[in-house]
Design a protein around this ligand. Structure first.
Ligand code: NDP
Ligand code: 2IT
Length: 449
């Protein structure tokens, strides 16, 4: 291994001892860009690797709120402003009980490279809270969001840092956050948050963008290998925003989606998933995928018991992990490969463990890496920002066409870099190489800041 890379990784490991997800994300990127590091011996003197792995700023704060019984609850809020070389900090907010600094830092680190791949002027950030929105009333969600924004507002701005949604944060939460920001600032700064509802400055197709973008990327990747989505069997983990719209677009290309999941278990419908019903369960009732059996008793529901999701035991051509990090383990990768999987597309952030990715690539399975394949969401957020600046709207078709072009360009950049650096077909490396080159060029140009 390159000596500087080895030394930097060790230093980063020692500095961040309790952050396994963050270290996993850093290692994953750095170990695939060794050829660029070899070619740039000046990086050592510039401490390039150490600088990229150190957030420009980390903010943690108390979020006190009152539940419906009058009980005061205290959560912890985070915003990691990781890298502003390419544009204002940009990235989602995650509300989930598992949230901690390691998870927010891994997500923020990934976001730097993802945002660079979009070709749009956005830096990398992420935030969130260990707040659990499950089972909370709308009023509780509103009070929590207001308290969260009462601290966050002083750190963000449409040219500073622009948060959006992620797990547990959708249009409802963005609405409450925006309302509180506007009240505190006494100014209508539309571009301070993205993922807004259409009636007050949101972009058409932002809701669909991550899932649609994943399928556009998959379409291009399959095309490069003489394949199409038409007639393929697809399984998708999760049943949230990304999963639902990946399912919708995959179906529109003639694929048959047979399974979806949530953290409790998965449903398998050999006739193809009834997506309208899933939308009703998830988007309207905020229910569980198990509820699918009420209308489709012929479907099969499998409870999740251990670490591995049962969804990866189902035979499929294309597997799309769209739930959370490290949800697709080596065991699951072996099962998928055994069942003849052709491609895996990462809709979630870092859903495959490092061992799973290595195994899939070794077996010749096509892997669409998260930071490239799920970049459609943030890219459309940037399109939302530009519409807000222009005080103008694009039609759904206009936004979707731009998204399609962006995802096609991202795939082409992954392919060109995989070819250039002698790892044809390895789009995981291709994505990292393309993004790392851009970030290090920008950091070099802007000096030691
Ligand atoms: P949602 O909150 O809409 O949905 C999340 C889904 O994942 C739910 O089905 C949820 O199940 C499941 N899930 C969440 N955490 C876990 C867990 N620990 N174990 C098992 N299942 C889990 O979120 P999104 O669809 O927006 O996000 C999904 C993934 O996509 C995340 O990794 C996110 O970072 C990534 N992503 C999202 C983008 C966006 O624009 N929204 C953009 C790019 C990436 P349950 O209800 O049981 O918790
Ligand atoms: O992981 C991601 O890219 C997101 N959650 C979307 C971020 C955004 O700013 O739209």
């Amino acid at each position: 291994m390159n000596k500087y890379l080895d030394k930097a990784l060790e230093e980063i490991r020692l500095k961040n001892p309790n952050e396994p997800e963050f270290l996993q994300a850093v290692k994953e990127v750095y170990c695939t860009v060794e050829q660029i590091i070899d070619k740039n011996p000046q990086f050592e003197k510039l401490a390039m690797l150490e600088r990229i792995a150190e957030p420009e700023r980390i903010i943690t704060f108390r979020v006190p709120w009152v539940d419906d019984n009058g009980q005061v609850v205290v959560n912890r809020g985070y915003r990691v402003q990781f890298n502003s070389v390419i544009g204002p900090y940009k990235g989602g907010l995650r509300f989930h009980p598992s949230v901690n600094q390691s998870i927010i830092k891994f997500l923020g680190f990934e976001q730097i490279f993802k945002n660079a791949l979009t070709g749009l002027p956005i830096g990398g950030a992420k935030g969130g809270s260990d707040f659990d929105p499950k089972g909370k009333s709308d009023n509780e969600i509103m009070r929590f969001c207001q308290s969260f924004m009462t601290e966050l507002y002083r750190h963000i701005g449409q040219d500073v840092d622009v948060p959006a949604g992620d797990i547990g944060v959708g249009a409802r939460e963005i609405g409450y956050l925006f309302g509180q920001y506007k009240k505190i600032k006494n100014a209508y700064e539309g571009g301070v948050l993205t993922g807004k509802a259409i009636c007050y400055g949101g972009s058409l197709a932002r809701k669909e963008a991550t899932g649609y973008g994943l399928i556009f990327y998959m379409r291009e990747m399959l095309k490069a290998h003489g394949q199409t989505l038409n007639g393929k069997t697809v399984t998708i983990s999760g049943s949230g925003n990304v999963a639902i719209y990946a399912c919708e677009k995959a179906m529109s290309y003639g694929a048959k989606v047979v399974a979806l999941s949530d953290s409790s278990g998965c449903i398998y419908d050999k006739n193809g998933i009834d997506l309208d019903y899933i939308k009703e369960i998830k988007e309207v009732n905020r229910g569980r995928v198990k509820d699918y059996l009420q209308k489709h008793p012929e479907a099969v529901y499998t409870e999740r018991t251990g670490e591995d999701s049962p969804i990866w035991n189902i035979k499929t051509d294309i597997a799309l992990p769209c739930a959370t990090q490290n949800e697709l383990t080596l065991n699951s990768a072996k099962k998928l490969a055994e069942n003849g999987v052709l491609a895996v597309g990462e809709g979630a952030n870092m859903p495959c463990t490092q061992e799973a990715t290595d195994y899939l690539l070794e077996k010749g399975v096509l892997v669409a890496p998260a930071k490239a394949a799920n970049a459609g969401g943030v890219a459309t957020s940037a399109i939302e920002m530009s519409q807000n600046s222009m005080r103008f709207y694009y039609t759904f078709e206009e936004v979707e066409a731009k998204l399609d072009r962006i995802m096609t360009n991202i795939f082409n950049a992954c392919k060109e870099n995989a070819d250039k650096y002698n790892c044809p077909g390895n789009y995981v490396a291709g994505a990292n190489l393309a993004a790392f080159q851009k970030i290090t060029d920008g950091m070099t140009a802007q000096g030691v800041v």
